[in-house]
Design a protein around this ligand. Structure first.
Ligand code: ADP
Ligand code: MG
Length: 275
């Protein structure tokens, strides 16, 4: 039960992880059986390109060969100016979009070889998304929003309800479980969205400008929550941000420019984490 082992028992019921229907679908996909002394990366991208309008004369290449390796338990920031390709890359990392070229292994699964119908199972099981605009379902309580990914994964009603409560407690929103998004502040909505992202015990948390719509004090609270998930629960996190100060708190900072990684450096968050 590797997946169950990622979180402590109080927020990941082993029974529940067995219940997830998509798990078999994901595990039957081609896996990289190569073994080295290093742990298997969560993300291993080589030469990823993305082109729109393929073919002359209007071909437009947005990503020009991205190499990215992220190991379990890393907290990595991707920064870059508007239009540099951050969201395009996030969509590929998150299996919301396919690259035009290159190879991508996500938690041991060869995404390029997966069929379209398998991609949604991969997304649901392996990735927790956090967006700038929260993307919560209106007219649904915080509790129901957090339960939704588990509903798609086939988790029983009782287990969905229990785990959603635990996750809302974890993000300090337990007392707002019955509130709908329009009754919550931006920071509270984002905390619910982070609880939802954790619902299926993902291998990777992927956040695209999660503090982009928040004031600096609220951004601090949200960033502290990411640090907590990283340090306390060993979550692997890729954070896309405009905010240089927040990026600096991560262990590694990659800078994108014009669809290329032009710089990679350790952040202050690397202290005590990376050798
Ligand atoms: N569907 C698309 N078709 C054509 N060009 C696109 C499409 N999506 C994004 N782009 C272009 O790709 C570039 C990178 O966009 P994006 O990844 O959204 O950048 P960022 O998130 O860093 O602001 C931009 O020039 C944008 O106009
Ligand atoms: Mg963007």
């Amino acid at each position: 039960m590797l997946l169950a082992a990622r979180l402590p028992a109080e927020i990941c019921l082993a029974e529940e992880c067995k219940m997830v229907d998509v798990k078999n679908a994901v595990e039957s996909l081609p896996r990289d059986e190569g073994r080295t002394s290093l742990p298997e990366p969560i993300i291993r991208m080589r030469g990823i390109t993305k082109r729109y309008y393929i073919g002359e004369p209007n071909e437009l290449e947005i990503l020009h060969g991205i190499d990215l390796t992220v190991y379990p338990g890393e907290f990595v920031a991707i920064v870059g100016e508007s239009g540099s390709g951050k969201s395009t890359l996030m969509n590929i990392i998150g299996v919301l979009d396919r690259p035009t070229g290159g190879s991508y292994m996500l938690d041991g699964v060869d995404v390029q070889r997966a069929k379209d119908r398998e991609l949604s199972a991969i997304r649901n099981k392996k990735i927790g998304f956090v967006f700038q605009t929260y993307n919560l379902i209106g007219r649904q309580s915080a509790q129901k929003n957090v339960e939704l990914p588990m509903l798609y994964a086939g988790t029983s009603a009782r287990q969905r309800s229990q785990r959603a409560r635990e996750l809302l407690d974890m993000v300090d929103m337990g007392d707002r479980a019955k509130h709908q998004p329009n009754e919550l502040s931006g920071g509270q909505k984002q905390r619910v969205a982070i609880a939802r992202a954790m619902a299926n015990n993902p291998a990777l948390l992927l956040a695209d400008e999660p503090t982009g719509a928040l004031d600096s004090q609220t951004s601090r609270t949200v960033m502290d929550l990411f640090h907590e998930l990283h340090q306390k629960y060993g979550m692997t996190i890729v954070l896309i941000t405009h905010n240089a100060e927040l990026a600096e708190e991560c262990q590694r900072v990659l800078t994108l420019r014009d669809g290329m990684v032009i710089r990679e450096r350790k952040g202050a968050g690397a202290d005590g984490h990376l050798g």
